[in-house]
Design a protein around this ligand. Sequence first.
Ligand SMILES: [Zn+2]
Ligand SMILES: [Zn+2]
Length: 956
Amino acid sequence: MPRRFYLTSIILLVITSAFLFGEDKNISNKNVTLKISWIPDVHTTWPPEMARLAVFHSFLNKYTNINVEISSTLKLEGDAAEGNEYLSIAGGLAPDVFYLYGRKIGAFIDQGFIQPLTPFINRDFKRTGKPFKGIGSPDNIWELVVNDNDIMAAPYMYYVMALTYRRKNFVMAGLDPSHGPRNWEEFYRYAQKLTWIPSKEPGTPQNVPYRYGFALPLGPGQGWHFHQFVWSGGGEMVQAYKRCPKCGTLTQSHVPFTDYSKYHIEIDNQKDYEEKISKYPKHEICSKCGASLDNVHKIEWRMVMNKKGGPEALKLYQKMKFSKWMRCDNRKDKRHKGKFNLEIDLSDEDIKAGKTISCPVCGKKIDLSDPKTKKRIYDGVILSQTPMNNNQRIEYGMWITLMSEVQPDNDSNLGVTYFPSIHGEEPVSFIAGHYLAMSSQISGRKADAAWAYIKFMCSEEAMKIRVKTLVDNGWGEWIDPKYLKLFGYNGIYKAIPKERIKFFEKLGKNSKVEPYCRGYKNVLTKELRLPIDLALDKNKREDPKKVLDECADHINTYVIGKLPDKVVKQRERLGIFLLMVTIVILFFVGKKIVNVLKTGAQKSIEGFGVTEKTFGRHLRAWMFLAIAVGSVLLWSYIPLARGLVMGFQDYKILGNSKFVGLKNFVSVFSNSDFYVFLWQTLIYVSLSIILGFLTPILLAILLTEIPKGKVTFRVIYYLPSVTTGLVTMFLWKQLLYNPTDGGVLNKLLMATPGWVYFMLPVATGIFCIAASLPTIKAGNKIAGTVIFLLGCFFASMAFFISPVREPLGWLSDQRLAMMCVILPGIWAGTGAGCLIYLAALKGIPDEQYEAADVDGAGIIAKLWNVLIPNIKALIIISFVGAFIGAFHAAQNIFVMTAGGPANKTMTLGLDIWYNSFLFLQFGYATAEAWILGAMLIGFTLIQLQVLNKVEFKKAE
Ligand SMILES: [Zn+2]
Ligand SMILES: [Zn+2]
């Protein structure tokens, strides 16, 4: 994918001749170096990538005076890479040519990263009299690069979403491999027949792979794929509206039409486009008062996926995930022979009631109360999560593919078809483009070279090289037939079945491009995840219509829409009030800080005997100190102050940031998400503190009490800290949190006998209660009571915990996700924390223990009276550290769940990261960060005050 950076592929062209240069006379024979945001992998053996590399090389051969190098050597995958791209732009290391996918273009235009290509296209038109054709894309690919009478980028490829399946599996399931499902009902039936889990099918070899009917893409990309389903369900994601200048009513409109010939651009489907335009009324009028809207050019967008298409799509999702069914095991019966109609749909009620049903085909009685039968019941036809462990043998009956000029696999066993529409209507396909754009920071010869690069990459010449490379590597029959015909591969063209040619034509014709209105990126990556998660949550199974209504409402209010002025005013007042409260609190907190620092400074000055007279003698010390203070100021406090300014701006990376007053702060306070995320942050912090802060202390205390094998235990505990954070996360994600019954945790829990689930809490409770009584007797009333209550708590848990008998979803389970995100970090951090406490515990003088022994104190009394007072300062310091760390946590969460499911792990730290690095809303993100920071300062101050009262002791 073009978004990847390749560390190894810094390609420099050695200039062999100064006389050979390209057809562009504007580029002189002097060398120009172009920085590109992506270049192909030179070591590739995968034909599509080889094709891109071949194009790249032929560019270098043609324009020998242009050097090309990759702009960044950072190698990061996925969304995290985008953050780095922005940082490099901010640091003046912007590439000269950007590779962009559709929804990024809007943000790049807003931020002023790219410049119009219109002047270059016009110049070429004047010279040649020919319009710019590029790769020959349809109108909806060009649509999103038109901005204020300018063309901002050019497509170098586009792809269409298609449904792929393995013919072999179709045959095995008794399906006709010559075509795919034609409507959603059939789609579900196909998926059901293709689903096959060996453990549920007695008498089949258990080593055959798990097979699921369909690979439903869930996780961070789920919002994106959801579009295909909504469109196929006959709905739209967004709808364009025009606001009446007289009465303010919104009237349905359409995406503005563009006369591409005006820009000297030739689109691929001019005739179809004109036909589409002619279907809309020439004049638009207000639906309420009838006023003309012809002079209204501003379009307002609203989410409408909740009206049609969306609820149907989510219902299909739920059916694919929750439907209960099983196969009749009476396979030898003649009535089942050759028909493959073994699937029996079951209702939840019948299963619950343990009814006996009979197979509708052979009539065999099936007793649903029999545990053996129960084991054979399927839950839906999909794996609820994308498999995370490649070792597990999972196959899919059908899956979604992105098809560019070539099918991404040359397996002749594959069948490709369009995604079916709900009732078998004309299929709609998701179409999306990849674009090249020019940095706004270049001009003159460099810009000419950049244009030469863009033009070449989008040219028919480049496509011809691509197709040739693919044909040479045996991928000929998978190339879009129109290119085979165009470039004269008649032999291959004739060999392609007519049905496939038709399919390719159909696939491109009825296509929809993803919406690109303001804030839509946010909708795709964040907002759309919530309703899908809620509808697919095992315990909630929320009503599709209801969750989509709420989602559309929220997006229309906070993300893409505009609130009525009255509501905005109300919100503003609330925001300003909250801001004032924050400032007042901050003021008092600040005063306290100064006081604390003053008394602290006083103490230390007295301690060191520094007076004004002796100041000169300490000058040298102060000078050394100045370096440290200076660097702290420079690297920590100045960016902090700079950050505060950003909070009041509509910040643009490349300058021209406008001051917007309190707007960002007000929007933070008036967004309902903020409070939800704040609450989740508090949960995250509390859980992290309770577990991550107490565990090492308890471990350290236990270790000092263990008579033998201390070193071994220490090594065992410390080992996890050696692995880096991200590795730990992936390890947990792939092994322990594997959601299938093959996952380590699931296997363990499911194999644990039922009595353990009951006895473990009971035993722990009894132990605690037993330990508490002597403690209370010895005079430690508080400690004793706490332990007693803990004991009661543990014991009562026995009645709430039920044995795990089916695999848990872990990271996809809303109740467990937050805990699952926190645990790996604690596992990794406990060892290191434990060692520090161990060192502190060693420093406790033996006399204190001996004195306690003389008094006849038990373990808990010793703990309470000797151990804890001695390490109190350390406990508080690490508490402050753990506290602040937990508040900022974003990386762990992003890697594990990216904030899902249903936003249940979205904390403010992660939200700030999303808003700044993914959505480029730096002003909003900074305001959020400052509000979070203000709260942190308050909490930390309280902790510091406690710390200030504690006296430090030195270990002897
Ligand atoms: Zn009106
Ligand atoms: Zn049967």
